[in-house]
Design a binder for this molecule. Structure first.
Ligand code: BES
Ligand code: MN
Ligand code: MN
Length: 460
């Protein structure tokens, strides 16, 4: 048996225990009361990478700290930048979890905990891979820098400035991120496209206080009604977004891509039934995969204002609000879209209310070319780890750092998803299959080995 496989076999119980220790830290970036937990998660990574002989630093930001760690074992070899996020989504709704979200449990070969798949388990697979290589070979076959942040789930607010100010320590030949999923069980995937995101909030202000809807109703504007009218104008019945210029920079799907998507497509009726929804709905003229992976969206994530408690309350609310996200596709830019969105909302809003906005940040869309550096190496590594050649997919989610690495450092990212589509990311009973954890470790170790230049051989 090769030494990497042997080591992983021997150590896997400890690898699981140590991941469970990481998962016990409730590092929810969105909650201010979890600030200390986020620091603890950063510290956990710092300690572990320090023990593995990495030069580590903890970088303070106005938000949660960023951890960098690097081992430059051979300057003649390429450098791989591995990114991951130690922050996790809020655990609510708590009552829908089978066991508590921060008390990891193994059931049927799956490790259940918030962050198990997104992204602690996947990022930790890379750490266990470097451990494996260091312990079996005495050193790493290539140079490795880890970039680990704690604000991905809140749009990587402070990461771009950090990357800009720390270009030198982040130099590399390629970036690797495992924060997506396989296409299905036993179907490893390389994700070559992610949607970007622009998150904004609309506030509609009416009178300076809630009013009796009998005494005042009919004579003053109702912000809840007005907000609904505004939202109704954002899209037409066919699902087309009505903001002028919104589609201007959209890169249309190419014929080969539509064919490739069609070949991967599952059954829409199955999909509908699994979700328990009465009918699927999306932009006319596009298939489900095209809608999810390659078309922009505009969605209301939350709508609030007025009274929504028990029973009835007869008021004209003083204000109303809506949280909105637009998923973007290449080559749309979050800043430009935010500007167009606000301009349009201001234009359609009646003059008898006051409209304001809250910027909830965003991230750019990406598309990674098939001929990116080390792409073929990644294909071979996944084949080694998962026993099957990966398929090429896109994803509808967003990882803001990918576009930042491209824009600020000229780095291309290989997105090697170790998770599964049904890992319940962001939802109750999040899980990560222990088999996938192990396959991820093997894939990462193999990838680093194959990235090394051997005298006279072409390894790409
Ligand atoms: N790991 C996800 C991104 C992802 C989701 C990739 C699905 C592939 C498939 C990431 O942690 C995430 O949730 N990102 C947020 C970003 C947002 C908060 C800026 C997202 O997509 O909503
Ligand atoms: Mn993630
Ligand atoms: Mn996430």
């Amino acid at each position: 048996m090769d030494p990497v496989k042997k080591y992983v076999q021997e150590q896997k119980d400890r690898f699981v225990k140590e991941l469970a220790g990481f998962l016990r830290i409730p590092s929810v970036s969105a909650k201010s009361e979890r600030r200390e937990a986020c620091r603890q998660a950063a510290d956990f990574l710092l300690q572990e990478l320090g023990r593995l002989g990495f030069s580590t630093s903890l970088h303070e930001t106005p938000g949660h700290p960023i951890v960098t760690a690097s081992r430059m074992d051979d300057p003649a070899q390429p450098t791989v930048l591995i990114y991951g996020h130690y922050d996790v989504q809020p655990e609510e709704p708590l009552d829908l979890w089978t066991s508590p979200p921060f008390e990891p449990r193994i059931v049927n070969g799956n490790l259940y905990a918030r962050g198990a798949s997104d992204d602690k388990g996947q990022l930790y697979a890379h750490i266990k891979a470097v451990e494996t290589l260091i312990r079996t070979e005495g050193k790493l076959p290539v140079n490795v820098t880890f970039l680990l942040e704690g604000e991905e789930e809140i749009a990587s607010t402070h990461l771009e400035a950090f990357i800009e100010e720390n270009r030198e320590i982040l130099q590399g030949d390629v970036a690797v991120i495992s924060d997506s999923s396989q296409y299905g069980p036993g179907m490893p995937a390389i994700c070559y496209g992610l949607r970007g995101i622009c998150a904004d909030e609309i506030r509609v202000q009416g009178a300076n206080r809630d009013l009796h809807s009998g005494s005042y109703g009919g004579a003053v504007p109702n912000p809840c009604n007005v907000l609904c009218e505004i939202i109704a104008k954002l899209k037409d019945e066919t699902g087309r977004i009505q903001i002028p210029g919104f589609y201007e920079d959209v890169l249309e799907l190419e014929a080969w891509e539509r064919e490739a998507f069609a070949a991967l497509a599952g059954d829409d009726e199955d999909f509908r039934r699994q979700l328990g929804v009465a009918g699927l709905h999306g932009e006319e003229g596009y298939t489900t995969l095209e809608r999810k992976w390659a078309r922009p969206t505009l969605d209301v994530n939350g709508l609030f204002g007025g009274y929504s408690g028990e029973g009835a309350k007869t008021i004209i609310p003083a204000w109303a609000g809506a949280k909105i996200t637009m998923r973007l596709v290449p080559n749309q830019q979050p800043d430009k879209i935010r500007h167009l969105f606000r301009e349009y909302v201001r234009r359609v809003a009646p003059a008898y209310v006051t409209v304001s906005f809250v910027d909830h940040s965003g991230g750019g869309p990406v598309r990674i070319p098939r001929d990116a550096p080390f792409m073929n190496t990644a294909v071979q590594a996944l084949e080694y780890g998962f026993g099957r050649k990966p398929v090429f997919i896109r994803e509808g989610g967003s990882i803001p750092v990918v576009s930042t690495l491209e824009r600020k450092l000229g780095l291309k990212t290989l997105l090697l998803g170790f998770g599964l589509p049904d890992d319940n990311a962001h939802a109750p009973d999040e899980k990560f299959s222990l088999a996938d954890y192990e396959r991820g470790i093997l894939t990462s170790a193999r990838f680093l080995q194959l990235c090394a230049k051997t005298a006279g051989a072409e390894t790409r």
